[in-house]
Design a binder for this molecule. Sequence first.
Ligand SMILES: N[C@@H](CCC(=O)N[C@@H](CS)C(=O)NCC(=O)O)C(=O)O
Length: 209
Amino acid sequence: VKFYDCSSAPSPRRVRIFLAEKGIAVPTEQVDLRNNQQLSAEFRALNPQCTVPFLLLEDGTGIAEGDAICRYFEETHPEPPLFGRDAKEKALVAMWEIRAMFDGFYAVAEAFRNRTPGLKNRALTGPRDFEQIPALVERGLARIGIFFATLDERLSETKFLASGHFSIADITALVAVDFAARLKLSPSGEQKNLTRWHAEVSARPSANA
Ligand SMILES: N[C@@H](CCC(=O)N[C@@H](CS)C(=O)NCC(=O)O)C(=O)O
């Protein structure tokens, strides 16, 4: 088994935190995204999507997509459960995980990738180049504001995002909030619930992964 990572990138950080919470160590290889190693013939042969995180199993099976990789490890190492414990909690984890991904992580990615000079023509990941669209920066920033407000409201009701237990939804939301800091956006002091939760999840040892 080998985990293809990039220590400075947010998507693989989701998997690193997940593995740390489970106490799983996986042999890891760094992919140098700054120098477009993900587009090299060698890496493309492994993962035609040209993205990290990527997991290569012993039988040669390749698994891309952070969520899919985490699901694999949830099956092989069920404790502690990070996708929920019963029907209701599993559904709530799925709901908040999807929101954290689409309304949080991808909102930040939209603003970041369409604005960063070093990502010119790389506005989307993958083997094909796409031009940056400046209007998407504005839209992404507005969506991040809505995401923070949604989290703050939800966290007035629950300790963690989905329930009283830490889950993959918290991991994705944490990574999204920290990714937003690269755009100099962070929760306002008035968002007390979000601020409380962010301090708590950031204090877990896994957050350093
Ligand atoms: N949907 C994928 C997204 C993976 C992704 O976007 N990874 C970024 C790093 S954060 C990447 O590989 N970027 C390569 C590039 O920019 O060309 C997942 O959830 O794992």
